[in-house]
Structures are given as structure tokens and as C-alpha cells.
Design a binder for this molecule. Structure first.
Ligand SMILES: [Zn+2]
Length: 346
């Protein structure tokens, strides 16, 4: 998660360098053994396995100057850790290099799980880089570990989805949301049309979470306006911010994803918060208006002095494994499985 401010609107455009075989459907035609009858929805992800990955990411940070930022040894070791695990699954993997705004080379990792129909795909993504100020375990080794468990379980249960699933581990989200931008800006019209949804996973280990759901019709901005009025903020102060949020690109397919996630969390008797401001603060920014977008983000906001902290230890040295609640990881994993299954069958 990368916030310039609560209302960060800037979408930094990454200048891309070498895109090796960036095409969404350009991977090999090798087939893998599949079991029949099992759907994505039958997957059981487990937080204990995810916590093992989180411990490993923390070890990586600790042995590399305390962080896993893009272009650092800790960043490279994180990419290698992901690759070592994905290789064992037998799925095709692409490493796509790009250059961010600071002229640092980042590398996205893209994994392909072939579907029965390979002309349409679900794209799921999480950034694996941390800020330089800390190990980035909740932000966002948590999303990374969740997607690793997803891939590893799809492989071990030999599940073939109806449509292909691409899982992206983005680099340099913390520096300009650069990895996902570099990838998205090279997709053709035809490739964009083939993507059924982009689902973003960021900061899913937050304890006592507030569940943020991407607000497709931006109705929550009206609510925000009321609150700001009540707090006595003048219209000329808040209007530009809210107008910016209202003008964010959207896609006709966004609403169905929002409704599906709401139904899921309501079935668990959990409260959700419709949110717009996080859309430009993570890798969803790269896909807004281009493909249907949804995200799983867990916050626990509190004021630290006069600064709003999105979750405990956000972007600091203490964003360690002990800030992560396995129950939150488990909940986010179940939500992801539910949503991917929904998209796969629609
Ligand atoms: Zn972040």
C-alpha cells in the first residue's frame, strides 16, 4: 500500500524498460496433469502455511539491512524465494523487468495457471516489495504469502479452472506503483478484454480489521462529503479531493465484484466499509477503468498524534510477523477463493 496522503490521487507512470514476452497469453503450451470435478471454490487455504512464508520473508529482511525494497538485496532475495516455491508447482513463470521513476530495475513475477478456456483469464496480484523503512510483513508479504498458498494449493490439488488464472507478484509498488503500471500499460485492447477481473491483495494480515471494499459506484464519496461538512471543513477545501475521487475511472464490471464480496462478508456477519481512496494507493490503480477491479484490503485505522495510521506499524520497522493476525489472513484467503471462483464461473 502506498499512500502519499489520505487522498493521494497521483498515479505515477512507470517508464518501462525491457518487457520480455509481456503478452498475457504468450506462455508455453505445456500441459499439466489435472483432476476433474474440483473447482477453485473447493480450495482450502491455510494461514499456518502463510505464516511460514511470512517468517521466511522476515528472515530475508533481517539478513538484508532490514528491508525487502525494490532493487535491494532483500528485494532480490524475496523474488528468489517466491520463484523457488513456484518452480516446484510446475506452472509457467515469467519474470518481467521494468524501470521505475528512480531508474531502479524492478521485476514482476507472473504465474500462469491454465484454464479449460485459455482465451479468458482472471488476474490476481499482490506487491512483494517493502518500503525501505521496514521488513514489510503485513505490507505486503501478507498478500504475497496468500497468493503463494493459492498457487501451491491449486497445484497440489491439480485443479484446472474454467478460465486461465494469472497470478502476479508486483515489484516497486512502494515506489510509484511501478510494476503493475509497467505491466498494464503494455496490454493490448484485446488482452484487456480477455481479463475477466483484476483482484488486488494488499495488507491482509491486519489484526481486528476493518474490511475495505472497492466502491464501484463511488456512493461512499457522498458519505465522506457529509462527514467532512460535519467536521466543519469548508467546501473549497474538500471539493477538489472529492471531485477527484468521483472522477476515478471505473468499469461496468466493477459493481458485480463489489456485490459478490459484500455478500461474502455479510454471510460471515462482518462489517465492511465501501472505499474509494485506496484504489489509487495500490496496484488496483494500474487497472481502473480498463478491466473489472476488486481488492482485498484490511485496515485498522487510528490516529498517531496528528497522523492517521492505516494499520499498526504501517511503513515502519515494526511491520513484523508479530503484527500479523493469522485469523485475518485466513479470512482474506477465504474471500479470495470465493471471489476467484465466482469470476471463474461467470
Ligand atoms: Zn505500503
Amino acid at each position: 500500500m502506498k499512500f502519499q496522503s489520505k487522498f493521494a490521487m497521483a498515479i505515477a507512470l512507470a517508464s518501462s524498460l525491457t518487457l520480455t514476452g509481456c503478452s498475457l497469453f504468450a506462455m508455453s503450451t505445456a500441459t499439466t496433469l489435472v483432476s476433474t470435478g474440483m473447482t477453485v471454490g473447493s480450495l482450502t487455504l491455510q494461514s499456518n502455511r502463510m505464516m511460514n512464508h511470512l517468517n521466511q520473508f522476515q528472515n530475508i529482511a533481517e539478513s538484508h539491512q532490514g528491508n525487502r525494497a525494490t532493487g535491494t538485496k532483500g528485494g532480490e532475495a524475496s523474488a528468489q524465494y517466491i520463484l523457488d516455491h513456484i518452480k516446484k508447482t510446475g506452472y509457467e513463470v515469467q519474470i518481467i523487468a521494468f524501470e521505475n521513476r528512480d531508474k531502479v530495475i524492478g521485476q514482476n513475477i507472473l504465474v500462469e495457471i491454465k484454464g479449460k478456456d485459455q482465451d479468458h483469464a482472471t488476474l490476481i496480484g499482490a506487491h512483494y516489495d517493502s518500503v525501505k523503512m521496514g521488513p514489510g510483513i503485513n505490507d505486503n508479504a501478507s498478500g504475497t504469502a496468500l497468493l503463494m498458498d493459492f498457487i501451491e494449493e491449486m497445484s497440489s490439488k491439480k485443479i484446472q479452472p474454467e478460465h486461465s488464472i494469472y497470478v502476479a507478484f508486483w515489484d516497486s509498488e512502494e515506489q510509484g506503483i511501478a510494476g503493475s503500471q509497467a505491466y498494464a500499460e503494455h496490454l493490448t485492447e484485446q488482452q484487456l478484454k480477455a481479463i475477466k477481473a483484476y483482484i488486488n491483495v494488499d495488507m491482509v494480515g491486519t489484526k481486528d480489521p476493518e474490511i475495505l471494499i472497492a466502491d464501484a459506484d463511488k456512493s461512499s464519496v457522498d458519505e465522506m462529503e457529509k462527514q467532512l461538512q460535519q467536521r466543519g471543513m469548508s467546501e473549497q477545501d474538500y471539493k477538489p479531493l472529492l471531485d477527484g475521487l468521483r472522477k476515478l475511472p471505473s468499469h461496468t464490471g466493477d459493481q458485480a465484484l463489489e456485490d459478490e464480496l459484500k455478500t461474502f462478508f455479510k454471510s460471515k456477519n462482518l462489517k465492511i466499509k465501501e472505499d474509494v481512496s485506496t484504489l489509487t494507493a495500490s496496484d488496483t490503480a494500474a487497472f481502473l477503468g480498463k478491466v473489472p477491479v476488486a481488492s482485498l484490503i484490511l485496515f485498522h485505522e487510528q490516529m498517531k498524534g496528528d497522523v492517521l495510521e492505516f494499520a499498526p506499524c504501517y511503513h515502519t520497522i515494526c511491520d513484523r510477523v508479530d503484527t500479523v493476525d493469522p485469523k485475518s489472513m485466513q479470512l482474506a484467503a477465504e474471500a479470495l477463493v470465493h471471489l476467484v471462483d465466482y469470476v471463474d464461473h461467470h
